[in-house]
Design a binder for this molecule. Sequence first.
Ligand SMILES: CC(C)(COP(=O)(O)OP(=O)(O)OC[C@H]1O[C@@H](n2cnc3c(N)ncnc32)[C@H](O)[C@@H]1OP(=O)(O)O)[C@@H](O)C(=O)NCCC(=O)NCCS
Length: 169
Amino acid sequence: MRIELENAGHHAGIGAVTRAAFAGGDEAELIERLRADGLVRLSLVAVDGERVVGHVLFTTLHVVVDGRIVDALCLAPVSVLPQYQRRGVGSMLIRDGLARCKALGGEAVVVLGHAAYYPRFGFSADLASKLAAPFAGEAFMALELVAGALAGDAGEVVYPPAFGIDGGH
Ligand SMILES: CC(C)(COP(=O)(O)OP(=O)(O)OC[C@H]1O[C@@H](n2cnc3c(N)ncnc32)[C@H](O)[C@@H]1OP(=O)(O)O)[C@@H](O)C(=O)NCCC(=O)NCCS
């Protein structure tokens, strides 16, 4: 098993992994829209032999805190082939991805996901709670790659149109 940067040869495998993991969801099309809109900052694949078995995507996200623009990324989606799940592949992709996002200059990462999964990587719903967004609650989490990146009283997250979220957020 190895982690690689996405290249065009991985696109079909990424689509297959995403469709299998999300069983009929819109996530594979979301990846294509984010790519087409030039929003991809980091895309990593987990490869077993020549087969893509996992994928994680980090895209540019508009985040402002107390009027200050934060260099933020959205983690979505992350997928592992069902028969490869619960073997650490997702964790490896996320940990490697977060380290690479930091190296790219990213200051913070936002995720909407399972409340029981993401805190182990440092994500916090409490940290995200000051950010006005189309989401709220324990599934909406944030992580600082740079200490203090989200420090402040109030902020806002605006999702790009690729996410298809009503209200422009
Ligand atoms: C979520 C996902 C990427 C995790 O990948 P993975 O390789 O199975 O994860 P890991 O092996 O690194 O970690 C396994 C842990 O994740 C937890 N986990 C997996 N899916 C979970 C879920 N839906 N809710 C809560 N925890 C979950 C497992 O309970 C396990 O926890 P444990 O270590 O305490 O037992 C993978 O299960 C997947 O593709 N799921 C379907 C698509 C999806 O839901 N993506 C995320 C959207 S937020």
